[in-house]
Design a protein around this ligand. Structure first.
Ligand code: KG4
Ligand code: ZN
Length: 340
């Protein structure tokens, strides 16, 4: 029997500091996540300097917690993996430096991981992945349709031309007085209201697979400001439901187009916005009626947001492909997959 593969994984690209120990690419031995959301809430978004400082304060504590919870020591580790982009440069650097230091000090191979690959491979904890597969990647910074022709082979077939879906949620949330990040609360309100405002669904009828959310965001903000000016009280629940219906319609429509153009067996929904109940329900309903042979995989809620377990899952794929880095590894804030 082959020896188990143990990967120590790091994630610090935005406002979560996380370290995980992953066995054989799909078993979570530990996944410690320290979120800084409370420190950023009062600013209405992530403040890069504040984020870096928190990562520095947390990381050594979290490394120890992750090792202790997994019941392993440095001698058991086959590879150290780290998110090196995309993300905030100061935040990324903390994880990259910690990972490089441990790899160097204990003579362990280092694996560089793209944060987006991590979000997609969170699905490996749910089921065995089959290729080619399509991923709908929806987070605070990204909205992309990504084709994986083989393990670790990514290409973008559709992307947002302006705001990311999560970013639109957060900006609209601000107008409703909801603290950052607003996605979860808008999702909750949406389930209590009706789609009465008929907000625009940009580019949803074309075969093109790109997204645009800035028109929707502007329409929403204009509606709320206009009502304020004439002292009209709008239903927050209906506003949330209408906004969410527009976002979900576009995401679902584009994903169905992509599946028609690129037949696959599995659809992975990844990133923070994959936590959205409305999106999960709408996508699975459309698939059930139109493409019952496509399996939808959505990671459990805790693995949708930023975490190091997903980085370990992606690193397992990279290790099999012999993708390693040396001590010159640097943060790449604008790292992205190639466009098909
Ligand atoms: O992937 P993630 O944790 O961080 C990035 O890499 O961006 O995604 C965070 C984003 C935020 O914009 C947040 O508002 C959004 O995910 N989000 C949601 C939900 N939960 C989190 N958006 C819609 N519905 C949700 N339930
Ligand atoms: Zn993320």
């Amino acid at each position: 029997m082959e020896k188990d593969e143990i990967i120590l994984a790091f994630e610090s690209s935005c406002d979560e500091t996380s370290v995980a120990v992953i066995k054989n690419g799909d078993v979570i031995m530990s996944n410690i996540i320290a979120t800084q959301i409370n420190s950023h809430k009062r600013f209405g978004g992530v403040v890069p300097e504040v984020a870096s400082r928190h990562h520095v304060e947390e990381i050594t504590i979290i490394i120890n917690d992750a090792l202790t919870e997994a019941g392993i020591s440095y001698g058991d580790i086959d590879a150290v993996a780290v998110t090196y982009g995309p993300g905030l440069v100061g935040s990324l650097l903390i994880g990259v430096t910690a990972a490089k230091t441990i790899a160097y000090a204990h003579n362990i191979p280092l694996i560089p991981v793209n944060h987006m690959a991590g979000h997609i491979y969170a699905a490996a904890f749910v089921d065995k992945l089959q290729y080619p597969l399509l991923a709908l990647m929806v987070s605070g910074g990204h909205t992309e349709l990504v084709m994986l022709t083989a393990p670790g082979e990514f290409s973008i077939i559709g992307e947002t031309r302006d705001d990311a879906a999560g970013e639109a949620y957060d900006k609209v949330g601000r107008v409703l007085g909801i603290t950052y990040p607003a996605g979860k609360e808008i999702d909750r309100l949406a389930h209590l209201g009706q789609d009465t405002f008929d907000f625009p669904r940009a580019m949803s009828d074309s075969d093109n697979l790109d997204f645009s959310f800035s028109g929707l965001k502007s329409a929403f903000i204009n509606t709320v400001h206009h009502a304020d000016q004439i002292n009209e009280k709008l239903s927050r629940e209906d506003l949330a439901a209408s906004f969410q219906a527009a976002v979900v319609d576009v995401l679902v429509e584009k994903t169905m187009h992509a599946l028609q153009q690129h037949p696959v067996k599995q659809l992975v929904v990844a990133g923070g916005v994959a936590a959205n109940q409305g999106l999960r329900e709408a996508l699975s309903a459309r698939l059930a009626t139109e493409m019952p042979n496509v399996q939808m995989i959505v990671p459990p809620l805790r693995l949708c947001g930023d975490n190091a377990a997903m980085v370990g899952a992606a690193a397992h794929i990279m290790r099999a492909k012999n993708i390693f880095a040396d001590e010159t590894l640097n943060a790449q804030p604008n790292l992205n997959f190639a466009r098909a």
